[in-house]
Design a binder for this molecule. Structure first.
Ligand SMILES: *Cc1c(COP(=O)(O)O)cnc(C)c1O
Length: 465
């Protein structure tokens, strides 16, 4: 059949809308969206015919694609995803999954009124930061603390409040870009502070900082290198020495920690992330970090440090523009409560649990997935392999954690097609491709998600074999 005849065989949107099997799907989706779903399918078919991809027009195929599209749209564009990448803090996949108990707190606060900015003891206005201030002080040893929208906002705010119109000394090796166009030099510009770069890319000495200090200097800033690492002939100034210099010159020292970890991961062989409490103990005056990286909580930017500096930051007008909302605050408070019980942290904070997970447990989960999918079909290949997972989110840069993965292939089917079907499926599954196989890393798949993951994989297998 030639292309013109095929194009003429495509039914109209109205013809499809009037079919009885289509009517029932409208319960899933408002009518205008259903029309859009049908249009999209017909348009894809038209394009496919023109390019020669399709050589037939079959009503069953059209209806099945319309149904799939309607179901896809009815679930909404923003929905849960199974993270089979093994990247624990995956920024594109929403960073830290929250503990169930924390989610319950959000629901309790969200559904009604709360004492967000009201002191129940005194019957008058209170401060939203009071709900986390005490916990953060106890957990880190800092004199005072507030929390804002995210760590990018925390850095911008601190620089604006403490260094506008004055100089901030930073090592050249720390002028990093953290995904999503957050670049230290740009943030500095936005804050109105003047960047004073010192040292070279690979080496910065204490005397470099010392020589850069003058009467215009407002801050000495240290930035966690996050997503990159300089190796080889390198030197950076230990934070203790920077603090000592700051003291001598009477200039506050600020440290953008990026991740901000409360657990000493080096005890478990994961080196490179300082513990917030240790950094405060070393005398750093202002510390900022994210709520949803290694802390494993909601998106937030936490600012800790000396009382008078935190007061100054809290008073700045930008604080109001980047303030933390009540749902996030409720989640942050609940996560901080969990940290008060060190025994519970490793089990109850998903990010920490996944990072420290024994690889034998991951192996068992991988084997379970393989067992559930084995049906002796000669075209389906499932192999248990050793591989590595990443922390992600700029945390623990350069560290790979040994894991076990399932390598999945279907003979004759390009792996990119399998990867796409899974990602478009229900539930959506995101995995990575390596050497013509789909790699499923169960480190980041919760036990409660295994059955759903198996179902999604079965659907893909059934489609091709
Ligand atoms: C991640 C990161 C930020 C940005 O934090 P967000 O919470 O994502 O805004 C800033 N600085 C460093 C060093 C980081 O690693």
């Amino acid at each position: 059949m030639d292309k013109k005849t095929l194009l003429r065989k495509i039914p109209s949107v109205n013809e499809i809308l009037n079919m009885t099997e289509v009517q029932q799907w409208f319960s899933l989706l408002p009518r205008p969206l259903a029309v859009k779903a049908i249009r999209e399918v017909l348009e894809e078919l038209r394009t496919g015919i023109r390019s020669g991809k399709y050589r037939d027009v079959r009503l069953e195929d059209i209806l099945s694609n319309v149904e799939k599209n309607i179901r896809f749209l009815s679930e909404g564009s923003f929905r849960p995803v199974i993270n089979a990448t093994g990247v624990v803090i995956h920024t594109n996949l929403g960073r830290a999954p929250l503990p169930v108990s924390v989610v319950q707190r959000i629901v309790e606060i969200a559904r009604g009124y709360s004492n967000l900015e009201y002191s129940l003891a005194e019957g008058k206005r209170g401060e939203r930061y009071d709900h986390i201030r005490g916990l953060l002080k106890d957990l880190t040893g800092a004199e005072d603390a507030i929390a804002v929208n995210n760590n990018a906002a925390a850095v911008l705010l601190c620089l604006s409040a403490l260094a506008r119109g004055r100089e901030v000394v930073v090592s050249r090796g720390e002028l990093v870009e953290i995904g999503g166009a957050f670049r230290i030099p740009d943030v500095m510009k936005q804050s109105g502070a003047v960047l004073k770069e010192v040292g070279t890319t690979n080496k910065t000495h204490l005397r470099d900082y010392e020589e850069a200090i003058n009467e215009e200097t407002a801050l000495l800033l240290k930035v966690h290198q996050s997503n990159y690492r300089i190796i080889g002939f390198t030197e950076e100034v230990p934070i203790e020495e920077l603090v000592a210099l700051g003291r001598r010159k009477n200039i506050p020292v600020m440290f953008d920690l990026g991740s901000g970890c409360f657990v000493d991961l080096s005890e478990y062989g994961l080196q490179g992330e300082p513990v917030v409490r240790d950094i405060i103990k070393k005398g750093v005056d202002i510390v900022t970090f994210s709520g949803d990286k290694l802390l494993g909580g909601p998106q937030a930017g936490i600012i800790l440090g000396r009382r008078e500096l935190i007061r100054e930051v809290a008073r700045h007008p930008l604080t109001r523009a980047v303030r933390i909302d009540k749902l996030t605050l409720s989640a942050l408070q609940a996560v901080l409560y969990l940290y008060m019980d060190t025994e519970k942290v490793k089990e109850e904070i998903p990010v920490i649990r996944m990072l420290l997970q024994d690889k034998e447990i991951i192996k068992k989960r991988a084997q379970k997935i393989i067992r559930a999918l084995k049906d002796n079909n000669k075209r389906v290949f499932l192999k248990l392999q050793q591989d590595y997972s990443q922390a992600g989110g700029g945390s623990l840069p350069g560290i790979s954690m040994p894991t076990y993965v399932v390598a999945f292939r279907i003979e004759g089917i390009p792996v990119v097609e399998i990867e796409k079907l899974l990602r478009m499926g229900s539930p959506a599954v995101v995995a990575r491709i390596k050497e013509e196989a789909l790699i499923i890393d169960p480190r980041t798949v919760d036990d409660s998600e295994v059955a759903l993951l198996v179902k999604a994989l079965k659907e893909v297998i059934n489609r091709f074999v």
